[in-house]
Design a protein around this ligand. Structure first.
Ligand code: FES
Length: 240
């Protein structure tokens, strides 16, 4: 985590033509952010373990044939990095298009979520690729709902549940086009061991996981003792 790196030794590298310094152990995206450069990202969230699965954050490194995910790659002394070269920007936009087609249920109104924000910033107004639809949203839980049609499989929710909250309810299952997030053993969310801590809702960059107040008004047939996910104060509540 970035706070743990503050005070570490630094190295200099070039980002978009400017020489900047990075703490040892810091990734390119963290260093860029500290210097006012916001590189597109979706599966990366500061404080979470980087996973490098969406590729929205790719940058071009001089002398390297393959673009690098800036959320996972640490800069080396003298490295020449560009997040805005034609090749880097072309790939970032292509990734956003692919994610839009893979998650056609995402609300792309400006500011609605992180995918909408980055699509807007990079001028990606739609996708040329065929949409891949998922089953209807699961509104079986009294506090939250999940809409897989809006899921880009970034696994932030998996890391939130397992690594931030130690709940280990959400997992990633199946293969290829069948792959998806699941609750326990692919149970309906309302039948799972989810305690509605809300960490996954906070982590989701597309609104695929959302508070139930935003969901279809289905009355769930259970109650859940939980920490309210709405404001972070941590009130103990029982959801009906
Ligand atoms: Fe870096 Fe997803 S944000 S790969």
């Amino acid at each position: 985590k970035l706070n743990d790196l503050v005070g570490a030794a630094t190295i200099d590298f070039t980002l978009n033509g400017e020489t900047i310094s990075a703490f040892e152990g810091e990734t390119i995206i963290q260093s860029a952010k500290r210097h006012g450069v916001d590189i597109p990202h979706l599966c990366y969230k500061e404080g979470y373990r980087p996973d490098g699965n969406c590729r929205a954050c790719v940058v071009e490194i001089k002398g390297e044939r393959v673009l690098a995910p800036s959320c996972c790659r640490q800069p080396a002394k003298g490295m020449d990095v560009s997040s805005v070269s034609p090749r880097a920007e072309h790939s970032q936009k292509l990734v956003l298009e692919l994610l839009q087609s893979d998650a056609p249920g995402v609300d792309l109104k400006p500011g609605a979520n992180e995918l909408a924000i980055w699509s807007d910033k990079l001028g990606v107004k739609g996708s040329r690729f065929e949409a891949r639809h998922q089953p209807a949203p699961d509104a079986s839980h009294p506090a939250m709902w999940v809409n897989l049609d809006a899921c880009i499989q970034c696994t932030r929710c998996v890391r939130a549940c397992r690594e931030e909250q130690n709940n280990d309810v959400i997992g990633y299952a199946f293969r290829g086009a069948e792959s998806k997030i699941v609750f326990d053993f692919d149970d309906p969310m309302g039948n799972s061991t989810c305690v509605a801590c809300g960490e996954c809702v906070q982590a989701c960059p597309t609104g695929a996981l959302a508070p139930a107040k935003n969901a279809y008004a289905i009355k769930a047939d259970k109650t859940v003792d939980s920490v309210c996910p709405y404001c972070g104060v941590g009130c103990q509540l029982t959801y009906h």
